[in-house]
Design a protein around this ligand. Structure first.
Ligand code: ADP
Ligand code: MG
Length: 238
């Protein structure tokens, strides 16, 4: 399997006034295309920071990050946002749908931003993606008219808009009840089986065990990095 994400000796230090806090220490990591990686660890230990670095939302203080062939440190902010729009789908704990836009418009946004498809095909694709996440009847509704699980499924449809190889999710089931969390997780599993690479922070051990690999972050370091016993689309029985 091709190497999709590579981090070499990555550090992240936040500066707040006179105080410096190093929250990631010497992280080196390779993730192959097709993997489903669960990132776990206590709160405040650097998991979200790590995701922000590998999506180019934030920058490492030291070290190199390459994703899908792009060395992120070589891109300026404008190039990074285009790159991110085309290559990464991001799913957040609190969905982050735009409240004044319908589900359809929310899913259209990333496609409008990239502008690859003609307008009519964007509409068709948005409807198709909402159908894929079982929201075909809700396309005209506003996020506030939907349940948490429905909003998160819409956010997943939005993450898929530009057909990215990589989906990154930060505690995507953290704000959902158990049954709804299972549904949303099943959708992620299906996407992985269809070939998407998934990197997901989760507090749910059961869900983490269903990924193909579990990385434990403690105090900003990789504490543990192990395959789980799940058979994934990479074809290896770990
Ligand atoms: P986790 O996702 O594991 O809960 P985070 O990556 O959000 O952890 O945070 C790790 C540490 O970095 C925490 O101590 C947090 O307060 C700090 N931190 C996170 N983001 C920032 C920021 N933008 N500026 C300063 N400190 C931050
Ligand atoms: Mg976090």
């Amino acid at each position: 399997m091709a190497n999709l994400i590579q981090l070499n000796n990555v550090y992240k230090t936040y500066t707040l006034g006179q105080t410096k806090q190093t929250v990631l220490h010497d992280i080196s990591l390779t993730i192959d295309a097709g993997e489903f990686v669960a990132i776990v660890g206590p709160s405040g230990n650097g998991k979200s920071t790590l995701l922000n670095l590998l999506t180019g939302i934030d920058h490492p203080s030291q070290g190199q990050i390459t994703v899908n062939g792009s060395a992120l440190q070589q891109l300026n902010e404008e190039q990074l946002s285009k790159w991110r729009g085309a290559n990464v789908g991001i799913v957040f704990q609190f969905f982050q749908l735009l409240p004044s836009l319908s589900l359809l418009q929310n899913v259209l946004l990333p496609m409008d931003f990239i502008g690859t498809l003609p307008k009519r095909e964007r509409l068709e694709r948005a409807r198709h993606l909402l159908d894929l996440v079982d929201l075909s009847d809700q396309w005209q509704q506003l996020p506030s008219q939907l349940s948490g699980g429905q909003q998160q499924r819409a956010a997943i449809a939005r993450a898929l808009a530009n057909d990215p190889q990589l989906i990154v999710a930060d505690e995507p089931t953290g704000n959902l009840d158990a049954a709804t969390a299972d549904d949303v997780f099943a959708l992620f599993l299906r996407l992985n089986q269809q070939g998407k690479t998934l990197v997901m922070v989760t507090h749910n051990d059961e869900l983490a065990a269903s990924a193909s690999r579990k990385i434990v972050i403690r105090s900003g370091r990789i504490h543990e990095d192990q395959p789980t016993s799940v058979l994934t689309n990479s074809g290896q029985n770990h």
